[in-house]
Ligand binder design. Structure first.
Ligand SMILES: CC(C)(COP(=O)(O)OP(=O)(O)OC[C@H]1O[C@@H](n2cnc3c(N)ncnc32)[C@H](O)[C@@H]1OP(=O)(O)O)[C@@H](O)C(=O)NCCC(=O)NCCS
Length: 152
């Protein structure tokens, strides 16, 4: 299976996975609102039976991309779904002319940091008290898409 565009019909499954993945989840309405924006692109990943097991959302502002959200159903983790969704978002952002991509991640989220690091992201800085429930700083990471191409 491969990532495919996320659509409105996915939102109930997205909200379920979101609630399993994050202590402070986005609401279904927040996802619905996000998907109305032209500068936002969402991808979903289905298992062999057509059930959504992961999703990712990214946005473009000028030539800067941002990874807004990425989550995989707990039972489907460790099988490459997260990295496939991240690559789909990076491909979309490249196609839109992004030169760099930013994201925020909890410093305690070692799995996600490792996923991003393997995709070429580097630590950029810290945003004090960025997250709530529980309160935690955010680690900001950046990927220079040109530099990433040169690295390959
Ligand atoms: C982070 C997350 C999206 C990873 O999804 P996944 O489908 O399990 O990731 P993949 O199987 O594609 O793993 C890709 C790489 O990430 C790293 N990684 C993934 N899970 C890891 C873990 N538990 N510990 C350490 N590294 C891990 C590994 O380097 C892995 O490569 P490898 O399998 O060759 O070792 C998933 O754990 C998740 O949904 N977590 C909760 C939500 C979340 O934290 N989202 C990110 C918010 S910024």
């Amino acid at each position: 299976m491969a990532p495919r565009p996320l659509c409105h019909a996915d939102l109930p499954a997205v909200a379920t996975i979101e609630a399993q993945a994050f202590p402070d989840p986005w609401s279904r309405q927040a996802f619905a609102e996000m998907l109305t924006h032209q500068h936002v692109c969402g991808f979903g990943f289905d298992d062999g039976e057509g059930t959504l097991v992961g999703y990712g959302l990214c946005s473009l502002g000028g030539d800067e991309g941002e990874i807004l959200n990425l989550a995989v159903q707990p039972r489907a983790r460790g099988r490459g779904v997260g990295s496939a969704l991240l690559e789909a978002m990076l491909d979309w952002l490249r196609g839109q002319g992004a030169s760099c991509v930013f994201l925020e991640v909890r410093p305690s989220n070692h799995a996600a940091i490792e996923l991003y690091r393997r995709a070429g992201f580097s630590p950029l800085g810290v945003r004090d008290g960025y997250y709530r429930r529980p309160r935690e700083d955010a680690l900001t990471m950046v990927l220079e898409l040109g530099a990433e191409e040169a690295r390959k």
